[in-house]
Design a protein around this ligand. Structure first.
Ligand code: HEM
Ligand SMILES: *[C@@H]1O[C@H](CO)[C@@H](O)[C@H](O)[C@H]1NC(C)=O
Ligand SMILES: *[C@@H]1O[C@H](CO)[C@@H](O)[C@H](O)[C@H]1NC(C)=O
Length: 338
């Protein structure tokens, strides 16, 4: 163990030197006008509510826990809701807005769930610290707590997101549906500051939860218009899906082997052609992402530690943190009236 730390120190030393070097040469490079160059997520912090609403996190975790105990399917639902929030206009609670023409009312949002849980949390927090905690922050922390309850890792959530005032139904269509090719998935993540490692890691959320048959039926009966099944679909899974999918709205577990456990079976499934969505399976078919799949399939600790890192990155996507941006909504369903 000692030796390990020593090696680490030796590895870090050159880094430290370059930092010092960087500072010492600052005068020779053009001066950065520091503040304006800070990215919006730099204004988030773990201690954001420590003085203004010290019980916020406890309220959130207690509520998530009691709802998930009654209905375990809410854990994956909340994690997905957080992704759909961050994927459109950043993590700004725009998915929660429930007015006519909002993202939430779109056809593409019809299988999103967990809104009542967020409303219940918000109601309790408003009683304790009115107009202080944003809906975007509540959803972010709830997704972390849901992960933990499903058997996944814990991580510290940086807080300080404001809630957005804009939500447009047609933008819900931007979120990948499960039919995209790997190149467009990579591009979608990249546009949000997430790389290929984040793509493979966050897709690991599909180790729990369910999908409607409509999201993958083309793989079973008519793949790419060939009139044949997807050749990258395991034949036993193919048989199972034909049996399970009588109607397009029937539900199938995304990880058919260990559907309720937050583990790396999602990745071993991909190596055996047992991925449910074609987008899941494509992570293993493509040479750019396959090495990450293999690494996670064989080293569970690597997955859980990277999942924490990638979820923090997801929660930082295009956040509203500047004084004139966004608001603290009083009701997560509506933009404030005054
Ligand atoms: C890589 C692109 C992604 C695609 C194409 C995708 C696609 C899908 C689809 C089609 C479903 C099933 C929807 C239905 O038919 O009911 C689903 C469910 C789910 N997704 Fe994703 N997803 C992606 C990324 C993510 C990310 C980044 C997360 C979280 C960080 C996530 C979390 C979930 C969860 C937990 C479920 C299960 C929801 C439930 O059981 O209620 N997905 N996803
Ligand atoms: C991937 O999908 C995009 C968008 O639909 C399309 O423009 C592109 O040609 C596709 N790429 C490949 C390699 O199939
Ligand atoms: C399969 O899909 C193609 C194109 O999407 C369509 O033209 C064809 O009629 C479909 N075949 C069957 C058997 O549904």
């Amino acid at each position: 163990m000692r030796l390990h730390y020593l090696t680490l120190l030796l590895l870090l030393l050159p880094l430290e030197m370059s930092t010092i070097y960087g500072i010492s040469t600052e005068e020779s490079v053009p001066k950065k006008s520091s503040k304006s160059l800070l990215p919006p997520e730099a204004f988030l912090s773990i201690g954001h509510y420590h003085t203004t609403c010290p019980d916020a996190e406890a309220i959130i975790s207690q509520k998530v826990s009691s709802w998930v105990k009654k209905d375990p399917t809410l854990a994956p639902a909340i994690i997905r809701l957080h992704f759909h929030d961050c994927a459109v206009r950043g993590c700004d609670g725009s998915i929660l807005l429930n007015h006519r023409g909002s993202e939430r009312t779109a056809y593409d949002s019809k299988t999103l769930r967990g809104f009542q849980l967020i409303d219940d949390i918000k109601g309790e927090i408003e009683k304790r610290c009115p107009r202080t905690v944003s809906c975007a922050d509540i959803l972010t922390a709830a997704a972390r707590d849901a992960t933990l309850l499903a058997g996944g890792p814990f991580w510290e959530v940086p807080f300080g997101r404001k809630d957005g005032k804009v939500s447009i139904a047609r933008e819900a269509n931007l979120v990948p549906h499960g039919h995209e090719n790997i190149t467009s998935l990579i591009a979608f993540f990249q546009q949000r500051g997430l790389d290929m490692l984040d793509l493979v890691t966050l897709s690991g959320s599909h180790t729990i939860g369910r999908s409607t048959c409509s999201s993958f039926m083309d793989r079973v009966y008519n793949f790419s218009g060939t009139g044949k099944p997807d050749p990258s679909l395991n034949v036993y899974l193919l048989k199972l899906l034909k049996k399970r999918c009588k109607r397009v709205m029937d539900l199938v577990h995304l990880d058919v082997i260990t559907p309720r456990t937050f583990d790396t079976t999602y990745y071993t499934n991909l190596m055996r052609k047992v991925g449910l969505l074609s987008t899941d399976q494509s992570l293993f078919s493509d040479a750019r992402t396959a090495p990450f799949v293999e690494a996670f399939a064989t080293q569970p600790f690597l997955f859980t530690s990277q999942f924490s890192v990638s979820m923090v990155k997801l929660g930082n996507v295009q956040v509203l943190t500047r004084p004139n941006e966004g608001e603290i909504r009083v009701n997560c369903n509506y933009v404030n009236t005054v």
